[in-house]
Ligand binder design. Structure first.
Ligand SMILES: [Zn+2]
Length: 436
């Protein structure tokens, strides 16, 4: 069995091929060897040992070829001896990086400079390296059958990262960095290099009350004729946040939505706001809450605003389907309703399963399907002969209005059906969304 050539033999083979490599690129070819060494230290160490082979004072042994190649690769001690021994050489630029590895500090400074207006503590660095540079490096690996090399891309992100840490108070984070920094390297010239900044979103959660009817949750419903207020819950909550966080945008994720003409009272509806590309990230939620409430001028109110993680969006969405919700509904019937009828209704509607086909009013945008929802209880209080206020507690995702009027038999049972009366008008308020 043939013995594997040593690192030094390989290094000599690469050097003797005449491919000029700077210390970093030379050391990186053996980047998986040793620990806690930079590639330029590895490269210098190998070049040092090779120089010791090429020249000895004691024995006056000189290998002019090796000395010349070392000097041409930019290794200064070799250049000095070569000059003294009058061995002609000409310093060459590195075949792989063309000097790029000498610019790490400049790149790190530029990263810091360009990100000054962003508040962040942790970061990660990604590198987009031109294909031409990558393929020069891969060509060398293939030529010499190298299998323990590190990539230039890897070295840039690690070394620039270390420098950014040293030159600023920022910390590298392997998970959930507040800032993702992408270094674009289309050419090895420093001037061609650009920095892209991707601040991670900030998430704030809380609960909102919708105090008026005729206000949609999202902006796209503005054309609806039931819209009385030309804004939306999303805009009212996100606009002040976008402004204060100096963000590019924001999105509201709520635990379900109420009808335009329903209010949400009581403890309110849970929501999460995703604030995109924020320049600031540590504002006082209490103050933000005040600004939102003041600007909303009584249309909505938010409370319990606090920072949270992305996972809250999912939680909010599942809350919409699962959480128990309570409603207060004022209903006017086309005839008088007696106390006896209401007592019977209360008893009948305790813990019942209600079958609901997709309501006719949303059939144009949702598929027709059957859902079964649990109604926990229904309380009823007469306001006048034909007017009743119901308190309904039901599972999330329940169509309350349809449960009142029956939707032409698509919701069963329904209050209208059980009473045998027609519904004239409905006023709906959501009063509680339970958080499990
Ligand atoms: Zn190089």
């Amino acid at each position: 069995m043939q013995e594997q050539p040593s690192v030094l033999q390989k290094a000599e083979e690469v050097l003797r091929s005449g491919i000029p490599l700077c210390d970093s690129c030379f050391g990186r070819l053996f980047g998986m060897r040793g620990y806690s060494l930079s590639n330029s230290e590895r490269g210098r160490a190998l070049k040092t040992v090779l120089m010791m082979h090429a020249f000895s004072y004691a024995s006056r042994r000189v290998d002019p070829d090796l000395l010349r190649l070392l000097a041409e690769s930019g290794f200064r001690p070799a250049a000095e001896i070569a000059t003294r021994l009058k061995i002609p050489f000409e310093t060459k630029t590195c075949f792989i990086c063309e000097g790029l590895t000498g610019h790490f500090e400049d790149i790190a400074k530029r990263v810091i400079e360009e990100s000054t207006e962003y508040e962040y503590e942790t970061f990660q660095i990604g590198v987009r390296l031109a294909r031409t540079i990558v393929s020069r490096e891969e060509q060398v690996w293939r030529m010499f059958g190298l299998s323990e090399s590190e990539s230039l891309k890897n070295e840039i992100s690690r070394e620039v990262g270390k420098l950014v840490e040293r030159l600023s108070s920022k910390r590298y984070a392997s998970e959930k960095p507040e800032m993702l920094i992408i270094i674009n390297i289309p050419e090895t010239r420093l001037e061609s290099i650009s920095v892209e900044l991707h601040p991670s979103p900030v998430f704030l959660c809380g609960r909102y009350l919708k105090l008026v009817r005729g206000l949609p949750q999202s902006p796209w419903l503005h054309s609806d004729e039931r819209v009385l207020h030309p804004t939306s819950i999303e805009e009212l909550i996100t606009a002040p946040l976008i402004e204060h966080f100096k963000a590019s945008g924001a999105k509201l994720h709520a635990a379900g939505r109420e009808d335009i003409d329903a209010r949400t009272l009581g403890t309110g509806r849970p929501f999460v706001v995703e604030i995109k590309r924020p320049k600031l990230r540590t504002l006082d939620p209490k103050k933000l809450e005040e600004v939102i409430n003041q600007r909303a001028q009584g249309l909505i109110q938010v409370h319990s605003l606090r920072y949270c993680g992305r996972e809250f969006i999912k939680k909010c969405k599942s809350l919409a389907e699962l959480a128990k919700k309570s409603y207060v509904v004022r209903v006017k019937f086309d005839r008088a309703v007696s106390e006896e009828e209401l007592t019977k209704l209360r008893e009948t509607l305790r813990n019942v399963v209600v079958d609901q086909r997709t309501p006719r009013r949303v059939l144009h945008r949702r598929p027709d399907k059957l859902r079964r929802k649990l109604v926990y209880r229904v309380e009823a209080r007469r306001i006048s002969e034909s007017e009743v206020e119901f308190f309904i507690e039901a599972q999330g995702g329940f169509y309350v209005k349809e449960f009142i009027h029956g939707d032409g038999g698509r919701t069963k049972p329904s209050i209208a059906e059980l009473l045998g009366a027609n519904v004239v008008s409905i006023q709906l308020d959501v009063v509680n969304v339970e958080e499990p």
